[in-house]
Design a protein around this ligand. Structure first.
Ligand code: NAD
Ligand code: IPM
Ligand code: MN
Length: 361
């Protein structure tokens, strides 16, 4: 039995509801003996952190330094979602997103934001049969997680006047681009099709575009068996709607990856199924696993949220911890549940129970 110290940040809105189900399924999967890192069951030693809108509104705290220091010492993090009620005058946009979620991604150096997109048998895609017949949808987006437009570089001048100027500067470093591109090549190489698509907008964003392009060409020399392709971000939107089977691994910057992965979720059964891992591939800091969706204030507290994305994020967590068989058991349980989903609505916890019951070693 090996012990994994797990930080749990349920967060806001539907975050606590879906996190409870992810933990339920993780506990069952943890009992499956597997993995090369250390065989035998895993014991999760959970520490819960009540961070998010409620804490901020009550105390003004978003992520105290002492809490961040504690989280840095954990083995992994499971996060639900952050974001308060829309238009709350006491909670300006960005306070929690920047101060909590992005702060964790940046401080823990989560440079690989891994977002798999697979149309599971049993899940329903809004795409037409003609598009779906072109091939299986099974790709991975490797989204850069620590740079780009997300760094908070920019400012506002003459705010509120007709002469207001607002800027956000995209920061791209050779170091940051190279490490995420190399990670994406390695992931492509490990997959059967060995294909990598770099996505950018090199025809307009010529500085950052040139850097991403050159580094991709350079790193490609180390991976001669990987086929490299390039698409502009706008064209990717076309192909996600008309021929998503063409994608295998996509590597891209922070904002393009954010946008691609919501559309990718929509075509593979919806945002309720899309999982992600914020990975520190060098393993200096704990990685963080979370659904791609947000706090969904419109359905929060009603047991209407689909917990599958959170549950599949638990599978990515186990995979990262060197437990591929336990991860596969979760994927198989989700697949079985999806193929038997009928038209009748189920509560969040009913879905969690049904998936947990199907996890077998
Ligand atoms: P959202 O993902 O929360 O919701 C978009 C739509 O999808 C809503 O109609 C919602 O009901 C639905 N939805 C989302 N998850 C679902 C689930 N599991 N099951 C069923 N339906 C689901 O995006 P939004 O409305 O743009 O953002 C709401 C808040 O969440 C904002 O404060 C935003 O900043 C934050 N946010 C946080 C994260 C995160 O924590 N990683 C991600 C995205 C948005
Ligand atoms: C996501 C979210 C976040 C992002 C926001 C809430 C900061 O949309 O995880 O996709 O833009 O990365
Ligand atoms: Mn997003």
């Amino acid at each position: 039995m090996s012990t994994t110290n797990l930080a749990v940040i349920p967060g806001d809105g539907i975050g606590p509801e879906v996190t409870a189900e992810a933990l339920k399924v993780l506990e069952v999967a943890a009992n499956i003996a597997s993995g090369s890192a250390s065989a035998g069951p895993v014991k999760f030693e959970q520490t819960r952190y009540d961070l998010g809108a409620e804490r901020y509104l009550a105390t003004g705290e978003v992520l105290p330094e002492s809490v961040l220091a504690e989280i840095k010492e954990q083995d992994a993090i499971l996060l639900g979602a952050v974001g308060g009620k829309p238009n709350d005058p006491n909670l300006p946009p960005g306070i929690l997103e920047r101060g909590l979620l992005l702060k964790l991604r940046f401080e823990l150096d989560h440079y690989v934001n891994l977002r798999p997109s697979r149309l599971f048998p049993g899940a329903t895609s809004p795409l037409s049969p003609a598009v779906l017949d072109k091939g299986e949808i099974d790709f991975v987006v490797v989204r850069e997680g620590t740079e780009g437009l997300y760094t908070g570089n920019g400012g506002a001048m003459r705010v509120g006047t007709p002469h207001e100027v607002a800027t956000e500067t995209s920061v791209n470093t050779a170091y940051g681009v190279e490490r995420v591109v190399r990670d994406a090549f390695a992931r492509s190489q490990a997959r059967p099709r060995k294909k990598l698509t770099l996505v950018h907008k090199t025809n307009v964003l010529v500085n950052a575009g040139s850097l991403w392009w050159r580094i991709t060409q350079q790193v490609a020399e180390e991976f001669p068996d990987v086929t490299v392709d390039y698409l502009h971000i706008d064209a990717v939107m076309i192909f996600l709607a008309t021929d998503p089977a063409r994608f295998d691994v996509i590597v891209t910057d922070n904002i393009f990856g954010d946008i691609i992965t919501d559309l990718a979720a929509a075509i593979t059964g919806g945002i309720g199924l899309a999982a992600s891992g914020n990975i520190n591939s060098s393993r200096e800091f704990p990685s963080m696993f979370e659904p791609v969706h947000g706090s969904a204030p419109d359905i929060a507290g009603q047991q209407k949220a689909d917990p599958t994305a959170a549950i599949l994020s638990g599978s990515l967590l186990l995979e990262h911890l060197g437990r591929p068989e336990a991860a596969a058991a979760i994927d198989a349980a989700v697949l079985a549940d999806l193929s038997e989903r009928g038209p009748e609505p189920r509560t969040t916890s009913e879905v969690g129970d049904a998936i947990a019951a199907r996890v077998v070693g």
